[in-house]
Design a protein around this ligand. Sequence first.
Ligand code: BMA
Length: 341
Amino acid sequence: MSHVKIIGPNVPNMPWQDRPADSRQELPVWRYSENPIIGRNPAKGVARIFNSAVIPYDGAFIGVFRGEQTNGIPYIYLGRSKDAIHWEFDEEKIPFKDENGRDFMPRYAYDPRLVKVEDTYYIMWCQDFYGASIGLAKTQDFKTFTRIENPFIPFNRNAVLFPRKINGKYRMLSRPSDSGHTPFGDIFVSESPDMVYWGRHRHLMSNSGNWWENVKIGGGAAPIETSEGWLLFYHGVTGTCNGYVYSIGGAILDIDEPSVVKYRCSTFLLTPEAWYEERGFVPNVAFPCATIHDAGSGRIAIYYGCADTYVGLAFTTADEVVSYIKEHSVVTETDTEVGIR
Ligand code: BMA
């Protein structure tokens, strides 16, 4: 019996696996036993797929996938699946058009997110705009993809749209950064009346004193609306003598004023421990980009990039993860204030 309600559609055909009986894990999130769900060389001309986003569509599932081409340049590919575990990818890159109907192909495109607001699906990713910045496009049928103007100036990464308007406005998380492997970074939330003009920027949360997220943080999956507030899975990064380590964190944001953090988990929810998270092109990366969740059962499947090489799947329930976040919550002034100075 679920106490924390997910507000949204029922998706009874979502992927699911019960927590293994022999799990010694105290954390509320557990890995799919058949991970990684997408292995190396998954499509023609694509060496690796990771950091990708999926969504229920037309009784099945569709997704936007970061495909690292064999020339080393990342781009976004469309994939389809009946069970959200086994995926087939289009051979061609997503054919964006601009608003005048002209072909548009970013020089590179990575870490896409896919979010439905009302009857439109929005894709947001990182691309070159005289420096790394956010690219944005919309589609209603996954056949025509209209690129909308870049929402923010460089440098910025990790854009994540909320799945509904809040007080009549679109809201988007992003992480202002630098031109390289940014050694800092907080999450901000911006609003727009029309997906074109963005403003009323608010600070959401900073990197924290928690060791696992003490270098930078960035938005992950689109926030999930629940009876406790917006449930956000994000990534938190720490630095070691061998490079960055990316873990998955969790927070609950105020439903009407999402720049206010109600609860923020002081421990990670998942950190690189499995071979496919520890070993790959960039070791020790767990990078969440999407969830599929079912309001009826409260089940949540988290899609995350593993070691910049694979896609992994992990599970939790709204009840378990929200209670855990609340029990382990530590919030500071920069979390709980509205975030304008
Ligand atoms: C970040 C992004 C992610 C990547 C991560 C680890 O800066 O580029 O795409 O997963 O680094 O390499």
